[in-house]
Design a protein around this ligand. Structure first.
Ligand SMILES: [Zn+2]
Length: 594
């Protein structure tokens, strides 16, 4: 947490006539270095479940009760199906809509083709059509299961717009496995889940511990709905691109989805502890003491299964390398089907329409993003050109559209744009330049009259934002932030997409009077992003020989690993470039205990 109060006092300089000050607060967490090799499979699902139960002992009791109820249903199903060979079963195929959120500094590294390679693996593995099923030992062939689960990339968004089911987001936020994982929250530099009742959410990202390949939560837990789905390391996703051997055959997702549908690790619910008393609660997997890594030679026996054919280390639910795993058993696929029909957080997926593309209107323009002004501060300028990223989600080519710009709720300026935008394509359109006064402004930019007709779906036509225009002042300038915020002529913004991360006025901390400015890196853990406060452009007497800036601050660290940094910069060229006058972070910045 960085709770900072400050006042700015500028008197004089001879070097230039104007000076502009910016105070930035960076949210930063210690960065661990990435090694290039992953030694062996690490799945954090067991660890996050244990951590969750430690923090919520009552939930452990509830979870175990739900699992006992489930086990009864599952065993009943197994009894009913007993004696029916896998190849004679008739299963209704269930296709689960998947949305892949790619979160990396450069998310384009994970291409659409790489995502598709992962979907192909999932559909082969779950259907039992994987080519390497020839490697299933003869003694286990009769147990080879073919699940009815299939997967599609989502074809419609929660708002019923067409989509590829792939979303990319540039961020330095990593996955910290467990509850409150920042990759699952936009307020922490991650991406919020799509409606978990309609989609299986996959967050593809960097892991805080680069030996973790992924994790999920098993069903029956009281976790926040928005945390359902699973996290998959970008280094172990799909079969091409950023996927690295020996985890480049897409089996991390196969494994995690097994957990998502209530499969435990084959050796039981612990972190590779040798034991024959715990079980995966599946009747056709041999009892196994602990996990196997790498590429074991068949057969392997252990203390729990001491005779041939030994243990089933080649199941997707062990820890062997991608190339060494090749099957779910019939018991495992039955367990996933039971879970699908039993757990209230999974059953809604059965009736999702996420795999079905939405019907398109003839004329429908979607305002995707306000490119300019986008949460910025205009320094020494009072004119800007509105720019809007649009997508034609009508079925016909878009040849003409109006862009409307309204600042602070005023009558909109309208410009008619001629273009040629095919269905489902995007482009950026610009309005006429607009002049605004110094201060804090809201802006609304929206489209009308696509192809000269009424837009048939107006709910997606509008983009809004806020921005500041800095004013001018004459030295000396003093500001206590006691009245309206931001003060007249001051600017606020931040470098993330979260508007709420802007600096705010605090009334519980002050040097004098009753107010200060607060940079909230505690509730918005946007690693690598900064929150910005700009002073007005200050006129300095030409005879002055120096400039003095004074401020007071208070700060605390959220934890000893927090590295929040406060920087004071100044500019003599209207904010084109800034020089650093003050910079402190972490332990050096804090004025009270964590
Ligand atoms: Zn696992």
């Amino acid at each position: 947490m960085s709770n900072v109060g400050k006042k700015i006092f500028v008197n004089k300089t001879a070097a230039s006539r104007y000076i502009l000050l910016a105070l930035l607060s960076f949210g930063w967490l210690t960065v661990s270095s990435q090694s290039n090799t992953i030694k062996h499979r690490g799945c954090a699902t067991g660890t996050v479940m244990e951590k969750y139960f430690q923090q919520h002992p009552q939930e452990k009791i509830a979870f175990e009760k739900r699992q006992q109820d489930f086990q009864k249903k599952y065993e009943l199903l197994r009894k009913q199906k007993q004696g029916i060979p896998a190849e004679q079963r008739v299963n209704a195929v269930v296709t689960i809509p998947v949305v892949v959120h790619i979160l990396m500094e450069d998310p384009s590294q994970v291409t659409d083709a790489q995502v598709q390679s992962q979907l192909d693996v999932l559909n082969a593995d779950y259907a039992g059509l994987n080519a390497d099923s020839v490697n299933i030992p003869a003694a286990f062939k009769a147990r080879f299961g073919k699940s009815e689960l299939r997967f599609c990339l989502a074809q419609r968004t929660p708002g019923n717009a067409p989509t590829t089911g792939i979303e990319r987001f540039s961020t330095v936020t990593k996955s910290y496995p467990g509850e409150g994982d920042p990759v699952k929250y936009s307020s922490m530099g991650g991406v919020d889940a799509w409606n978990v009742n309609k989609y299986l959410n996959i967050w593809v990202c960097e892991m805080e511990d680069d030996n973790d390949l992924g994790y999920t939560f098993m069903p029956g837990l009281g976790i926040a709905a928005g945390e359902r789905g699973f996290v998959n390391s970008y280094r172990a996703f799909g079969t091409i691109g950023t996927a690295r051997a020996p985890f480049n055959k897409g089996r991390t997702a196969t494994h995690e989805i097994g957990h998502f549908f209530n499969l435990a690790h084959i050796w039981g619910a612990n972190s590779c502890t040798a034991s024959c008393t715990d079980s995966d609660n599946v009747d056709d997997t041999p009892n196994q003491s602990t996990c196997f890594f790498d590429t074991p030679l068949y057969p392997q026996t252990d203390a729990c299964t001491s005779t041939a054919p030994g243990v089933m280390f080649m199941t997707y639910m062990d820890y062997v390398d991608d190339a060494a795993m090749c099957l779910f058993t019939v018991g495992q696929t039955d367990r996933m089907a039971s879970a699908m029909n039993s757990f209230s957080e999974l059953t809604p997926l059965l009736s999702s329409n996420g795999c079905v593309p939405p019907l398109l209107y003839n004329n429908d323009v979607e305002a995707q993003q306000l490119i300019s002004p986008n949460n910025i501060i205009l320094n020494c300028a009072t004119t800007f050109t509105p720019q809007l990223l649009i997508r034609n989600i009508g079925s016909t080519t878009l040849t003409v559209v109006n862009i409307n710009t309204s600042v602070d709720g005023q009558t909109p300026a309208v410009k008619t744009i001629a273009l040629s935008l095919p269905s489902l394509q995007t482009t950026t359109i610009s309005g006429d330049a607009i002049t605004v006064s110094a201060g804090y402004h809201s802006i609304k930019v929206y489209t009308t009259q696509p192809n000269g007709a009424s837009d048939q779906f107006v709910a997606n036509d509008t983009a809004t934002n806020i921005f500041s225009v800095t004013g001018t002042a004459t030295a000396p300038v003093s500001e206590g932030f006691e009245s309206s915020f931001p003060p007249q002529g001051w600017g606020i913004s931040n470098t993330s997409d979260v508007k709420e991360y802007n600096p705010v006025k605090a009334t519980n901390t002050a040097h004098s009077g009753g107010a200060s400015v607060k940079f909230d890196n505690y509730h918005y853990q946007l690693f690598g992003k900064s929150s910005i406060l700009n002073s007005p452009q200050v006129t300095i007497p030409i005879t002055a020989d120096s400039v003095k800036v004074t401020f007071w601050h208070a700060a605390a660290q959220a934890s000893s690993s927090s590295r929040d940094t406060l920087v004071v910069e100044y500019s003599t060229d209207c904010g084109q470039t800034f020089l650093t006058g003050y910079k402190k972070g972490g332990n050096d910045l804090k004025t009270k205990t964590d």
